[in-house]
Each structure stands twice: as structure tokens, then as C-alpha cells.
Design a protein around this ligand. Structure first.
Ligand code: SF4
Ligand code: SF4
Length: 427
């Protein structure tokens, strides 16, 4: 089995346009939509909870989906549940979907106020997990936590996305407050903030240790930051938390400050919208707002054949409907013009070697793709290190044969996880 430690960063290094491509003073506020839709992480709703169409809900209310799995959502509006269904996403993965017809006035649920009085309590952690930025705080707040370092991402992981850079640039005060709360409620020894060079001044005021990264892709991906900043290579199958590190976005840290300062659950998500001409907009929308409401507000027109992507150009996923809602971890929405989409092809690999030269994980991608194209997922993991892939997308970007390599890789990982689940359930 190949288990090469990465990284040898080689070309291409894609430069970030950073925040000067958008006007800082213009946050585009998206009006409250008529209906929001909330998606759970991964479970279907089970029959053991009493949640039904017609129920009235308040803003900030916990909506239980399954007592057995403890799955839940948090309402970002006050209104009436209009639909409970199942959403099918990438690779057929399903999750529960709850739509709520929103009323114009928010009535706040009180359970949250009680919960924040005991930050380490189970109930408070439940709320904190659902903050904008979707922080993985449960692992840090547990008494048995092995996390020793929290890394705040003050630079977005994907190109053209400036959500977190703008939060560092314009929200130093609440970021500083958030860092103070993080120190109070966790037992971590170190809090580090990662920023591009032009945000060093702001980062130094936050009270966190500052590390500056060159705004070059893929330097900003967490696996590569782990190697470059912490000197740790995360073995395949291990999480960052198991290696003693927790990543959290700058936005989640400011949301934490809001939680403890105002005792209101943060219901808005900041995101970057990237138009067809690469022009970007800085947006604030209710979590659950459909993509089409955001595009309408920004006067972005789409026609048949254009592509909508949740996320940035390198790591985002195409979506099939503009009804898709903004989620707590949606940092960007990208619109691609149908004439600029580079279509994938079913051409065979021509062995040019470009993918191997760019791969930061040093994977022999040309060999890996041969196994994946033939559904040989276990062999791909055993022989060519499928699970070491950090999903940067550079191999797909440079592939002359236009093979959708990253999608084959994601499918391979998904199939392996399904196999593993099957094996575990039959034991
Ligand atoms: S996406 Fe491609 S280039 Fe990036 S780590 Fe995975 S195999 Fe390597
Ligand atoms: S870049 Fe594409 S064509 Fe070239 S070796 Fe890799 S998979 Fe084959």
C-alpha cells in the first residue's frame, strides 16, 4: 500500500484575487424570503418525533428530527411548517428537508437564552454546532476533548471567495470578542488565526496567534495548513480533531461573540456571490433562503444551460435547482455562463503526467483514475492512495483529456464509505 506523506506543492499556484474585487462598503442585504428551507446533516426524519406540517415555530427554535440519532435543525424564521420531505443531494445522499413559511416579525424562542447560560452544557453545544460557518465545536467543548489547538480561518479555502477575509477586515471587534469567548469556553492551549498578508494588522488585534499564508491556492485548504503551519500530516481516515486540531471559520467566531453578547441565535449567513463575469458580491441572507431569491435581488439572470455552484470554482458542487437553500456552511454561490463551461469528456487518459505534477498529495493520479473509471474503489485506496486525496481539484483543472477526475475521486470515497457502513452493520 502506498502511503506517501504529502506535500510537495508544485505548479500551478492559483492566485487569489482577495478582497479588492468587491466593494467593502456594500453588503447586499437579501430580504426575508417568503419561505426558508432547512436541510439536516445526513439523516432522514424518523417517526419518533412529533414534528408536522402546520406546526408553528419560532426563530431560534430547535426542531428535533430523530430522537434515536439526536438529529435536529434550528429554525431561522418565525412561521408555519409547510413541508417536510427528503432531499437527495450528491451521490444520492439523502437528508431531511423542512420548509417554513416565514412571517415578517420574528418571535424568539427562549430555550436558546437558557442554553447559553451554561456554555459547556449539551444543549448549548447543540446550538453552537449550527452557527453560521458550521463550526465543529462539539469536539472542543467536550471534557474528554483531545483538541489542543484551534485554527481560525481568516482566508477562504476556495478561489474568488472572500467571505472570511471580509469578516476579518471589517469585523475585528467581534472577532476579538469571539476569540475571548473561545478561550473561556474551551480548554485549548493555542488559538491561531490564519490570514493573507494584507490582513495581518487586523489579525494582530484579535488576541490570537497570527500566521500569514500566501494567498495562493491550494495553500488555504485545511490539510495543507495542517502541514505548513502545524507540521502535521493527517493520515488517511483520521480527522483533524483526532490530530488535536480544530478548524473554525472567522465567521463562526464572530457568530460566537453574538451568541454570548446578545443572547440571540445568529440566523444570517454571509457569503460571496460570483457572477458569470467573475464580478463578486458580498451578501447577507437568512440561512434557508433559496438561491433564486439571492440571484433576483442581485439582478443576476440565468438562462437554460448556465451552471449554479454551491461553493467556489475549485471545490464547489453544481446544484440542479435554484430552490437550493443557503446552508450554515455556504460560503459562496457561483454562476457559470453556459458558454464558459468546460465540458468533461469520456476521452481516455493520454498519460501527459500533468495531474501528477500538480497533486499536493503526490498521488499517481493517472493510475488512480484508471481504477476509479472501472469501479475498482478498494483497489484504488489500497494501491494508489485514494484516501490521501485532499480534494483540491487541481488534477481536474489541468487534465488535458478533460476527465472529471475530482468527481471520480469523490464518488470513489463515497462508495468506500458505503461499503464500510455495510460491513459494520453486518458485524
Ligand atoms: S484532487 Fe487531485 S490533485 Fe488534488 S489532492 Fe486529490 S488527486 Fe491530488
Ligand atoms: S492529466 Fe489527465 S490525461 Fe494527463 S495523465 Fe492525468 S489523467 Fe491522464
Amino acid at each position: 500500500m502506498i502511503k506517501k506523506p504529502f506535500f510537495g506543492l508544485r505548479k500551478p499556484k492559483l492566485k487569489y484575487p482577495v478582497e479588492d474585487t468587491i466593494k467593502l462598503d456594500s453588503i447586499n442585504e437579501i430580504p426575508l424570503p417568503l419561505r426558508v428551507t432547512l436541510l439536516s446533516d445526513n439523516n432522514e426524519r424518523s417517526d419518533d418525533v412529533d414534528l408536522k406540517v402546520g406546526d408553528k415555530v419560532k426563530t431560534g427554535q430547535l426542531l428535533g428530527l430523530s430522537e434515536k440519532d439526536g438529529d435536529y435543525l434550528i429554525s431561522t424564521v418565525t412561521g408555519t411548517i409547510s413541508e417536510i420531505s427528503q432531499y437527495t443531494g450528491y451521490f444520492g445522499k439523502t437528508c431531511a428537508s423542512i420548509s417554513i413559511n416565514a412571517e415578517t416579525e420574528d418571535q424568539w424562542d427562549e430555550e436558546f437564552i437558557k442554553a447559553v447560560k451554561a456554555p459547556a452544557s449539551k444543549n448549548c453545544v447543540k446550538f453552537l454546532r449550527r452557527l453560521p460557518g458550521a463550526p465543529s465545536l462539539s469536539s472542543v467543548l467536550s471534557n474528554e476533548s483531545s483538541v489542543k489547538t484551534i485554527i481560525i480561518n481568516g482566508i477562504d479555502k476556495d478561489l474568488l471567495t472572500v467571505t472570511n477575509q471580509l469578516i476579518v477586515k471589517t469585523g475585528v471587534e467581534s472577532l476579538t470578542e469571539g476569540v475571548r469567548y473561545l478561550k473561556q469556553i474551551t480548554n485549548t492551549d493555542r488559538i491561531i488565526i490564519i490570514v493573507p498578508p494584507d490582513l495581518t494588522y487586523q489579525a494582530e488585534k484579535t488576541g490570537a496567534e497570527v500566521r500569514v499564508v500566501k494567498p495562493l491556492y491550494p495553500n488555504t485548504l485545511p490539510h495543507i495548513q495542517m502541514k505548513n503551519i502545524m507540521g502535521i500530516t493527517v493520515p488517511p481516515g483520521k480527522s483533524f480533531e483526532e490530530m488535536g486540531v480544530c478548524f473554525i471559520s472567522a465567521e463562526a467566531v464572530t457568530a460566537l461573540a453574538r451568541v454570548f453578547n446578545s443572547q440571540e441565535f445568529p440566523i444570517y449567513k454571509r457569503l460571496t456571490v460570483i457572477n458569470k463575469d467573475s464580478r463578486t458580491f458580498n451578501v447577507r441572507a437568512r440561512i434557508g433562503t433559496p438561491v433564486k431569491d439571492i440571484l433576483n435581488t442581485l439582478d443576476i439572470e440565468t438562462i437554460h444551460g448556465d451552471r449554479l455552484i454551491m461553493g467556489g470554482p475549485m471545490t464547489g458542487n453544481a446544484i440542479y435547482s435554484d430552490e437550493m437553500p443557503v446552508l450554515p456552511d455556504t460560503d459562496a454561490i457561483m454562476v457559470q455562463d453556459k458558454d464558459q463551461i468546460i465540458q468533461s469528456s469520456d476521452t481516455h487518459c493520454i498519460n501527459c503526467g500533468e495531474c501528477i505534477r500538480v497533486c499536493p498529495a503526490k498521488i499517481p493520479v493517472n493510475m488512480l483514475i484508471r481504477l476509479l473509471e472501472n469501479d475498482m474503489f478498494e483497489e484504488a485506496a489500497e494501491e494508489y492512495d485514494l484516501l490521501s486525496c485532499v480534494e483540491c481539484g487541481l488534477c481536474s483543472y489541468v487534465c488535458m483529456a478533460r476527465i472529471p477526475i475530482l468527481h471520480y475521486i469523490m464518488l470513489g470515497k463515497h462508495e468506500l464509505s458505503q461499503l464500510k457502513m455495510l460491513e459494520e452493520s453486518s458485524e
